[in-house]
Design a protein around this ligand. Structure first.
Ligand code: OFO
Length: 171
């Protein structure tokens, strides 16, 4: 059984995860339009992972006999600039998601909801991984430049990303 405040914040998180999926999909569409198909594939796979993140919270609420309240997903606010600018925006976006996961952890501690506190650990780890992945891609662009040749190589590497559903072991 989870309380009203935790229920609300988890429903908000579902919305944020689906918004993230929209954000990455918008980016994927734009990147394929400009011929960066590897970048585009990377972003599409990221969108799929974000849908998983939203679904895991959705299913958790159901398992806890709590109400799911789905709200409208906003149009992504991504400003289409260079690939480096897009990744800088994404990095900032993921930092806000980390903050909202931290807020869920804090709330569950305050409310002594230990089950949800444990559930949210997976998201804390996931955010470390996401920020790190994005930061590494950004570093590559900064170190090797965004001239055509280096962009081509980064595009090739990102295009090799494979989707694999990864869920918390207890979900
Ligand atoms: Fe769901 O982690 Fe990104 O947004």
């Amino acid at each position: 059984m989870i309380g009203e405040n935790v229920k609300e914040i988890l429903n908000e998180q579902i919305n944020k995860e689906f918004y993230s999926a929209y954000l990455y999909l918008a980016m994927s569409g734009y990147l394929s339009e400009i011929g960066l198909y590897g970048f585009s594939r990377w972003a599409e796979i990221q969108a799929r992972e974000e849908i998983d993140h939203g679904m895991i919270v959705f299913e958790y609420l159901i398992r806890q006999n709590s109400r799911t309240e789905l709200k409208g997903v906003e149009t992504p606010k991504l400003k289409f600039g260079s690939p480096q600018e897009i990744f800088e925006q994404i990095y900032e976006h993921e930092k806000t998601i980390t903050e909202s996961i931290n807020n869920i952890a804090k709330l569950t501690e305050n409310e002594c909801d230990l089950a949800t506190r444990k559930f949210i650990d997976w998201y804390l780890d996931e955010q470390i991984e996401e920020e790190d992945n994005i930061h590494r891609i950004l570093k590559k662009m900064k170190n090797f430049g965004t001239e055509k040749a280096s962009l081509y190589l980064i595009d090739k590497e990102l295009g090799e990303r494979k989707y694999s559903a990864h869920f918390p072991t207890n979900s």
